[in-house]
Write a protein that binds this ligand. Structure first.
Ligand SMILES: Cc1cc2nc3c(=O)[nH]c(=O)nc-3n(C[C@H](O)[C@H](O)[C@H](O)COP(=O)(O)O)c2cc1C
Ligand code: SF4
Ligand code: SF4
Length: 453
């Protein structure tokens, strides 16, 4: 069995799975239950001057049969008195001394920061996370993402915190910014020990079209919220990759955003996260998902020969390049496995209307299996992505595997297109039907193309 334990900027945890600061970490009761179920750490629901929340608070994006594919909230930080939270942090640490308890904090003045940092340290917290990410409510008061969007302000507040902190400090970043590496670097310059990302994305989740008000509805009105859940994972991973690849970014990173199973966690670790945090998936399915997550990660590590988490962190990063460094000689084309094809012809429609007219239909109505017109296939993957049958459309390699030519090479050699009608353009190498062909109704038209000589 692999060793799942981590030392994250000095915060020790039996595994890399932490609960993100959110409703699942509202109370000592929930955190003890989570640790007992197998979670390695928990970032306490953000502490500060307790708020008064609205009711209702959440909205969801359901996609077809999948509920809560995206999730949106307009709640604020903790609504419980600080003294209750501090007492419970102490209790949790006594009962679970080897688990990671991280206090998430958000206050305004330097004096408040100094006081609350000392308070959570005295209660026994293993680390502190500064919430510079919340994109609703708190930012209107100059906190949360309002800080995360201003690297200078962020740095100044981190410095206030570092004046008194004696335990590791993590800065939680907002994705509501063009270049997340700027606040990440400001956090480092301010003296932070680590960063975490992402907090929620500012959003409007939907509109009640009968009553003309967005969700969630609060007495006939609404406000923008923070978006999270599986739908945000690609955005989170891109921001993680950007931070992890930044040449001056050498702080540990806690990855957050849409993680709900061991595979998601592995992807974040491979892109440079040293721990992962989960919120929406626990709000959806409960603490029990940790069992499958920890088992799955363990199995994966054994299979790949990773003895420790550190050995796998960032393993995918060397393969992430700038576009101009990708091999232009690499060539794949779609291939349909006729034994698996169910004849739905979704691939045909997708390629015909949304790609490169590289799939033909038979003129025999009894034969519903489409055919790839290889000469026209640019290898975009679209058909294989829409095909409902696993492994029915595969992408097959056609180049010799030996040639390498990048946009950067071509730029250096002076062989990139430079004029509007340049013979060097890529589009000249695949065939495009004439516009009037679109109005020809009879089927089949594509076999004409296949055999057109
Ligand atoms: C209802 C709700 C409340 C949240 N409250 C906080 C909070 O108090 N502090 C904080 O740093 N992040 C808060 N978050 C953001 C989460 O910690 C996390 O960054 C975000 O949800 C992305 O992770 P996920 O996709 O796993 O949910 C909250 C998220 C939700 C859904
Ligand atoms: S989408 Fe897949 S199953 Fe449907 S016709 Fe195309 S290859 Fe066959
Ligand atoms: S890979 Fe793209 S271009 Fe090729 S057949 Fe599929 S959809 Fe068409």
């Amino acid at each position: 069995m692999a060793d799942l334990s981590i030392n994250f900027a000095g915060i020790k945890s039996p595994n890399p799975f932490w609960l993100a600061s959110a409703p699942p970490t509202n109370s000592g009761y929930q955190i003890m239950k989570a640790f007992d179920t197998g979670w390695g750490g928990a970032v306490w629901k953000t502490l500060g001057v307790p708020v008064v929340n609205v009711s209702s608070r959440y909205g969801a994006l359901n996609y077809r049969d999948t509920r809560m594919m995206g999730f949106n909230n307009i709640e604020l930080i903790t609504d419980r008195p600080l003294r209750d939270n501090l007492r419970e942090i102490e209790e949790v640490k006594k009962r679970f001394p080897n688990h990671a308890v991280i206090a998430s904090l958000m206050v305004e003045t330097r004096e408040q920061w100094h006081q609350i940092v000392k308070d959570v340290e005295n209660a026994g917290s293993d680390g502190i996370e500064l919430n510079f990410g919340c994109p609703h409510g708190m930012c209107e008061r100059g906190m949360g993402s309002a800080v995360g969007q201003e690297p200078k302000v962020l740095k100044a507040i981190v410095e206030w915190v570092m004046e008194v902190a004696t335990i590791p400090v993590i800065v939680k970043l907002t994705p509501n910014i063009t270049d997340i590496t700027r606040p990440a670097m400001a956090a480092k310059e301010g003296g932070a020990n680590a960063v975490s990302l992402i907090n929620t994305i500012q959003s409007v989740i939907g509109v009640d079209i009968d009553n003309f008000v967005p969700y969630p509805v609060v007495d006939g009105k609404s406000t923008n919220g923070g978006y999270c859940g599986p739908a945000v994972k690609p955005i989170a991973m891109n921001m993680l990759k950007n931070c992890a690849q930044h040449p001056q970014m050498d702080l540990p990173i806690s990855g957050i955003g849409g993680i709900e199973n061991w595979r998601d966690a592995v992807e974040f670790l491979l892109l440079g996260a040293n721990s992962v945090q989960v919120c929406t998936a626990v709000m959806h399915y409960g603490f029990g998902i940790i069992r499958e997550m920890a088992d799955g990660l363990n199995r994966y590590m054994d299979e790949k020969g990773f003895a420790t988490i550190d050995q796998m962190v960032g393993k995918a990063l060397p393969q992430v390049k700038n576009w101009e460094d990708l091999n232009l000689k690499y060539k794949v084309v779609a291939h349909i496995n006729e034994n698996k094809c169910i004849g739905c012809q979704l691939c045909y429609t997708a390629c015909e209307d949304g790609a490169h007219q590289a799939i033909g239909l038979s003129d025999n109505p009894l034969n519903r299996i489409p055919e790839i017109i290889e000469e026209n296939c640019v290898g975009c993957n679209l058909c294989s992505l829409v095909c409902p049958v696993e492994e029915c459309i595969t992408m097959e390699r056609r180049d010799d595997g030996k040639s390498q030519l990048t946009r950067a090479d071509r730029t250096a050699a002076g062989t990139i297109p430079t004029t509007f009608n340049d013979d060097l353009a890529g589009g000249l190498h695949h065939w495009v039907p004439t516009p009037a062909d679109a109005l020809v109704k009879q089927v089949p038209k594509h076999y004409k193309y296949v055999n057109r000589n």
